[in-house]
Design a protein around this ligand. Structure first.
Ligand code: ADP
Ligand code: MG
Ligand code: ZN
Length: 596
């Protein structure tokens, strides 16, 4: 019921539009006619007029504003200004005597003038409206956005080698769909790119089209949340019609979750509308023949909220994970975005990559740009490492939760805790070196010690794991050493979780518990058996004791680190090393570690 009414309304609306367009066109024509009528004939001097009258060359005159409108026998028209008072009966007799047809009806120029003005205003209005209608029409026709030849290539997508390899087959298919058919291979249907924002999912989809040399159609899921009932379903149908027409092509649906969330969540009209839209999408994806050459690429960062029906065979049956880049990936992305930029010799992309854990590709592109902006603002001709550091600080600041303000006591607590982590990390030879320590809140953590390994984790030796555990316990150990056992806080929760996870894997997976030896420990009902739990507790307790020993032995260093943190909020690698008096060349093999 609701639906048919709306459809009707839409029809009326559409007809009204056509009618308006026709009316406006007619008005425009009328205006143009009035305009041309209004145009004044050339002026004729009185003497030429007299001569023409004497020669009998005049056909007709009519009284007009301040003179006469003259039509000569040749057909030419003119206007003659008459001295006031001349237009008397004698003059008219002379005219009649010369065989001129005299029309005494006054043709007021003013009326024509007003008409003309109105007409021109209407004309201009009409032109404006017609242009607007055309624009609107073009807007409707240009949805979805289609790029016939995409310049992006796989080489533009850095640090995502696995995702690239996984979609490479689609390029093969799009280039020669028949080759798939010949060997009876099932052609790919839909690919779902899953990953956090800014990791290059859109870029990868574009590159896919670019590599295959096919058209790229892009829409966002949010474009389907239309105001009018029944419309988004039609949009889906239209989209796929268009895709089939453009085949071979890539049909990219960004933010797939905003159209593909699980159905049947509610019973409101909007929910029903939503369900019909998603159903239409499912129907359309099923409707593809293997050979159509349309590949649907979806992107989302929430695969868990998608309706399971979307992930069935023949739909988005292939998932490609596009994750945050690791060090090497970050370096490669920086390299892509640094091409043709004037960098000073002290800019080392690997160092920058190490200092930017958790940055997405988009963040890194932004970093390069920010650094260049800083350089430009200073009028520098080269972008230096200092510009990069400034840009990095600025971007990190955006990630910091400045709104979370700690009071002095809390700040002191966080400083002691972080100083404990930093001290252990610095004094333990096997631990990854501290890259920075801060008491500025980041994400969910109040403070953070960032340690940066030289390489991403592939294979970690036991001494490094043990050191990692001690560093994790360093925060709580410092709290206890400084404030006493009754004053320890909840701040170590994530440290304890991390240490427990690590110790659990050491015991259960990596055969690192002397007591249990090298046997894999199976979970019973999702839990470690009691004897293994005991071992995990022992490993973590050992680490805690080691951490306590470090912070108590070097209480002087702990206090200095703590004061420096309170004063400067953030300490970099060098500052930490200087305070601890041990500039230690860093090396390590673990993944970037944040200890909160
Ligand atoms: P997503 O779609 O995953 O949110 P985008 O593809 O829109 O991310 O990425 C936004 C921008 O960030 C890209 O246009 C590009 O400049 C940069 N970028 C992101 N990932 C990468 C990458 N892997 N390689 C190079 N540039 C990247
Ligand atoms: Mg995107
Ligand atoms: Zn901590």
């Amino acid at each position: 019921m609701i639906r048919s009414l709306t459809v009707l309304r839409r029809r009326v609306h559409r007809h009204a539009r056509t009618l308006a367009a026709v009316l406006l066109a007619a008005l425009a024509l009328a205006g143009a006619a009035a305009w041309s009528l209004r145009t004044q004939p050339a002026e004729m001097s009185y003497s030429s007029f007299s001569r023409a009258m004497a020669d009998g060359a005049l056909a007709k005159v009519s009284v007009s504003d301040g003179g006469l409108s003259v039509v000569e026998k040749s057909g030419a028209t003119a206007f003659v200004r008459l001295p006031t008072g001349l237009l008397d009966s004698a003059f008219l007799d002379r005219l009649a005597g010369a065989g001129v047809d005299v029309d005494l009806t006054r043709h007021d120029g003013d009326l024509l003038g007003v008409l003309g003005a109105v007409a021109s205003a209407l004309l201009m209005g009409a032109v404006a409206v017609v242009m607007a209608l055309q624009l609107d029409l073009r807007g409707r026709l240009s949805w979805p956005a289609v790029v016939k030849s995409v310049p992006s290539r796989f080489s533009d997508v850095a640090g995502q080698d696995e995702p690239k390899a996984e979609v490479a087959e689609i390029v093969t298919f799009l280039k020669d769909p028949a080759a798939f058919a010949r060997v009876g291979a099932r052609p790919p249907h839909g690919v779902l790119l899953v990953g956090p924002p800014g990791t290059g999912k859109t870029l990868l989809a574009r590159a896919l089209a670019g590599e295959a040399g096919v058209a790229f159609m892009a829409v966002a899921g949010s474009e389907f949340s239309a105001a009018l009932v029944g419309m988004s379903k039609n949009r889906v149908a239209r989209l796929f019609r268009e895709a089939r027409r453009r085949a071979p092509c890539i049909l990219f649906i960004d933010e797939l979750d905003s159209i593909g969330k699980k159905r049947g969540a509610g019973a409101s009209a909007a929910d029903r509308e939503y369900d019909t839209t998603l159903n239409q999408l499912l129907v359309e994806m099923d409707g593809f023949e293997a050979s159509t050459g349309v590949i649907v690429v979806g992107a989302t960062n929430r695969v868990d909220v998608l309706d399971p029906a979307l992930l069935r065979p023949g739909r988005f049956d292939r998932q490609v994970h596009v994750g945050l880049p690791l060090i090497a990936g970050r370096e490669a992305i920086l390299a892509v975005h640094s091409a043709h930029k004037p960098f000073a010799a002290d800019v080392d992309l690997l160092t920058i990559a190490r200092g930017t854990p958790g940055f997405s590709g988009a963040d890194l592109a932004n970093l390069v740009n920010e650094a260049a902006v800083l350089a430009a603002r200073e009028g520098a001709s080269l972008v230096t490492a200092a510009h990069f550091e400034g840009a990095r600080k600025k971007l990190l600041m955006g990630l910091e939760r400045r709104s979370l303000v700690l009071d002095d006591e809390e700040r002191r607590l966080v400083a002691v805790h972080e100083a404990g982590h930093a001290l252990c990390a610095t004094l333990l030879p096997a631990a990854d070196r501290v890259q920075s320590a801060t008491i500025v809140p980041h994400g969910g953590a109040l403070g953070m010690v960032l340690r940066l390994p030289e390489r991403d984790r592939i294979c970690v030796p036991l001494d490094r794991l043990r050191a990692d555990l001690v560093v994790a316990m360093g925060g709580r150990a410092a709290e206890e050493a400084v404030f006493g056992p009754d004053k320890v806080t909840t701040g170590a929760a994530s440290d304890i979780a991390h240490a427990t996870d690590l110790a659990t894997r050491m015991v259960a997976e990596w055969g690192m518990s002397p007591k249990l030896g090298m046997a894999r420990v199976e979970l019973a009902a999702g839990e470690l058996p009691a004897f293994a739990r005991e071992e995990v507790r022992n490993i973590v307790a050992d680490a805690y004791r080691a951490a306590r020993a470090i912070v108590e032995d070097r209480r002087d260093l702990l206090d200095r680190l703590c004061e420096a943190l309170l004063e400067r909020e953030t300490l970099n690698a060098q500052e930490v090393a200087e305070i601890c008096g041990e500039p230690r060349p860093g090396e390590g093999t673990q993944a970037p570690q944040r200890v909160a």
